[in-house]
Structures are given as C-alpha cells and as structure tokens.
Ligand binder design. Sequence first.
Ligand SMILES: NC(=O)c1ccc[n+]([C@@H]2O[C@H](COP(=O)([O-])OP(=O)(O)OC[C@H]3O[C@@H](n4cnc5c(N)ncnc54)[C@H](OP(=O)(O)O)[C@@H]3O)[C@@H](O)[C@H]2O)c1
Length: 121
Amino acid sequence: MYPVPLLTVYSASKAFVDFFSRGLQAEYKSKGIIIQSVLPFFVATKLSKIRRPTLDKPSPERYVAAELNTVGLQTQTNGYLPHAIMGWVTTALLPAKMLNSYVMGMNLSRRARYLKKQKQG
Ligand SMILES: NC(=O)c1ccc[n+]([C@@H]2O[C@H](COP(=O)([O-])OP(=O)(O)OC[C@H]3O[C@@H](n4cnc5c(N)ncnc54)[C@H](OP(=O)(O)O)[C@@H]3O)[C@@H](O)[C@H]2O)c1
C-alpha cells in the first residue's frame, strides 16, 4: 500500500504481487476464477515474531476467519476491520511524506535495537 523504508525490497515485492494479482483477476474474472490480493497489517505468526495476539495484531485463525468473508466481494482487501481502518488512515488521511518519515524513524530505531543486542550477545 506504501513503501516501507529499510524494508524496501520486501515492500516493493509486495507491491509487485498486489499488481500481479489484480491484473490476473481482471484477466480471469469472465472465467469465474477469483484471485484476491490480501494486504494484512501485523498478524501474530512465526514470521512477524509476535507471540501474543491483540485486536490490531490478531491470531492467524482470527484474521483468516474475517478475511474469508471478503472473498468474492473484494478484489483487493485488508481482510480484517481493524486493518482496514489502519489502511484507510495510512493511505487516505496521512500525507505520504509524513508516513514515510514515521516508518523510517520506526525502522531506524528497530535496527538500532537489533544492532545493540548483537553487540551485547
Ligand atoms: N505476519 C504478518 O504480520 C504479515 C503481514 C503482512 C504480510 N504477511 C505476509 O504473509 C505471508 C505469510 O506469512 P506469515 O506471517 O503467515 O508467516 P508464517 O506463519 O511464518 O508462514 C510462512 C510460511 O512460509 C514458509 N516458508 C518460509 N520460507 C520458505 C521457503 N524459503 N520456501 C518455502 N516455504 C517457506 C514457512 O514454512 P515453515 O513453517 O516450514 O518454516 C511457513 O509455512 C508472507 O508472504 C508475509 O510476508 C505477513
């Protein structure tokens, strides 16, 4: 939905998959095939390293249960109401410049914490 500084390759690859899926959906719609682009925010999985699910960082079960209700209704979706609100705030309300510098700051401090931990270990 927007670039993530310091996770630039990751976010660019997600943008590719989003466009790819939406293009394929347009190509295959007339054949009755559903292709959906799913854009979650954080979900508590092995990959995200979030152990305790919360309202905005749900368990995979909770996220998928909500997401499946959107199949056939939305070609592109955040899949889960709190994530849809976060999507709306970050893309429609916040100016891109502000979002970029906020995410850059967040990832810079995340990187600093990681490097500090590496030094101590
Ligand atoms: N979790 C989030 O907050 C979040 C948010 C937005 C988007 N996503 C995206 O959602 C997708 C699924 O992530 P997840 O959070 O559900 O992570 P996950 O629970 O850790 O699942 C990742 C899956 O990918 C498999 N995998 C990892 N490396 C692989 C490789 N080199 N070859 C084949 N399989 C591999 C893992 O297999 P093993 O179990 O065998 O390791 C696991 O089944 C990812 O594309 C991620 O970028 C996640």
